[in-house]
Design a protein around this ligand. Structure first.
Ligand code: CA
Length: 446
């Protein structure tokens, strides 16, 4: 088998692209998240790689012959979505990344013609409309944060917040892929059934009064497995293409009424937002870290979920932040208010464990599938990844700096998710922002 190409850049290598070396943007040569956007001149959907204040138009690079030594990649980058590139596999992913880093690095000694073609393919990010970059066949949502599971469980079962299975397997369910939308698309407050007010009355059918967000990471499957063939935990990483932020919008009143015994359904399927840029796993590699240590009282993992290497470096250290911007704050020019911070390093289960468990029965993952972590919360009150936790099930309103109060989201409220990685000796990287505002419910449901 061919050896994968060696990385062409060190952590200190800089880029000639405007803004690439500005740590506040978090988009250096070492990051290069992929995206899809509407070309401002032609209206066509193109793939791009984000660097500094610009997007490198991969379709334009391919058309101008910059990828002529990589024929399969030259074809895949003409597509409007990332799935054909994902299908080429890990060596092709590295080859394209190396090619882009060579093209965009300072002092690359390229022929003047190549530099001119690259410059011509750069577009200012601020002028672009971003699209969903992947055709997502399936969406699975897990429940990998023990802090989230414990706090939510405590609301309903104070004596036994965690169910007996939690520490044995990553709990998950099949979500709805068709309603996954890119950041910036507004969310219409959904109608639905909620618990009857009294035992004698019928269920309510009305717009949700408990609209919530869930701060999650989306993990994109880049390589499939045949039906009937589990993915061993030590091979799971090679199936992962990249990660983005994900907001799993949740209508809690609908969820509490409908979720027994089969789990959430319409309380989640009305919309799920994703940030429009996918950070390659290789860009996250310098920030890999160990999963939160299991207590000695925790049960031993079954073999198929156990890998020493995965326990040592199987998750990633990302500062995750949730912000709220209300219409009143927006009108008065106030900045979004930070509600919480958390980190996937505090999860109980790693991405590789999610993949190994998901496929342990032979289930076939498909190229473009999203495996979401579930709400990422930390051990402290200020690290709760959703309002259900922050307000203890809607019982404790919180007050914003301008005096407004909330338990759940009001019409016009906007939720912003951000994520960034820092480590001494490495340039900072910032994941694409995931934001969306709430639109009022339809006047009538039907
Ligand atoms: Ca969720």
């Amino acid at each position: 088998m061919d050896q994968p190409p060696q990385p062409s850049v060190s952590p200190t290598t800089q880029s000639w692209v405007f803004g690439a070396n500005d740590p506040s943007l978090g988009l250096p040569l070492q990051h290069l998240p992929y995206c899809a956007f509407t070309h401002p001149d032609t209206g066509q959907s193109h793939l791009g790689a984000v660097i500094g204040a610009c997007v490198l138009d991969l379709h334009a690079c391919s058309t101008s012959g910059l990828f002529s030594n990589l024929p399969a990649i030259a074809v895949a980058t003409q597509a409007p979505i990332l799935n054909p590139l994902m299908a080429l596999g890990t060596q092709a992913w590295s080859a394209l990344r190396t090619e882009l880093q060579t093209l965009l690095r300072t002092g690359n000694h390229l022929p003047p013609d190549s530099r001119k073609k690259a410059e011509a393919a750069l577009l200012p990010t601020r002028d672009l409309i971003f699209l969903k970059p992947v055709d997502i066949p399936n969406y699975t949502d897990f429940y990998a944060s023990i802090h989230h599971a414990t706090r939510v469980g405590r609301l309903f079962r104070p004596d036994q917040p965690l169910l007996p299975n939690y520490k044995h397997l990553p709990i998950g369910y099949h979500g709805r892929a068709s309603s996954i939308i890119p950041s910036g698309t507004p969310i219409r407050r959904p109608w639905g059934q909620s618990r009857p007010t009294t035992p004698q009355s019928p269920p309510n059918f009305s717009p949700t009064t408990a609209l919530d967000y869930e701060l999650e990471l989306a993990l994109y499957i880049g390589q499939s497995n045949p039906l009937g063939t589990p993915i061993p935990i030590d091979q799971a990483a090679s199936h992962l293409f990249g990660a983005s932020l994900l907001n799993d919008w949740s209508a809690r009143d609908l969820q509490f009424w409908e979720s027994q015994p089969l789990g959430p359904f319409l309380s989640k399927s009305f919309a799920t937002s994703i940030s429009p840029w996918i950070t390659p796993m290789s860009a996250l590699a310098p920030f890999s870290t160990s999963i939160a240590k299991r207590s000695n009282a925790d049960p031993e993992l079954l073999d198929y979920l156990c890998s020493n290497e995965d326990q040592i470096s199987g998750t990633v250290n990302v500062l995750l932040e949730v912000f709220l911007l209300t219409p009143t704050m927006r009108t008065s020019g106030m900045p979004p208010h930070r509600l919480s911070t958390s980190n996937p390093a505090d999860l109980y289960w790693t991405p590789a464990q999610l993949i190994a468990h998901h496929t342990s029965n032979g289930c076939n993952l498909q190229i473009g599938d999203i495996l979401a972590t579930g709400t990422i919360s930390g051990p402290t009150e200020s690290s709760a990844g959703c309002l259900l936790e922050l307000t203890r099930g809607g019982a404790l309103p919180f007050t914003l700096p301008n005096g407004e109060t909330r338990t759940y989201l009001a019409d016009g409220d906007e939720i912003l998710l951000r994520g960034s990685c820092e480590r001494p000796g490495h340039p900072r990287i910032a994941l694409g922002e995931c934001r969306a505002a709430i639109l009022p419910a339809r006047a009538r449901a039907l």
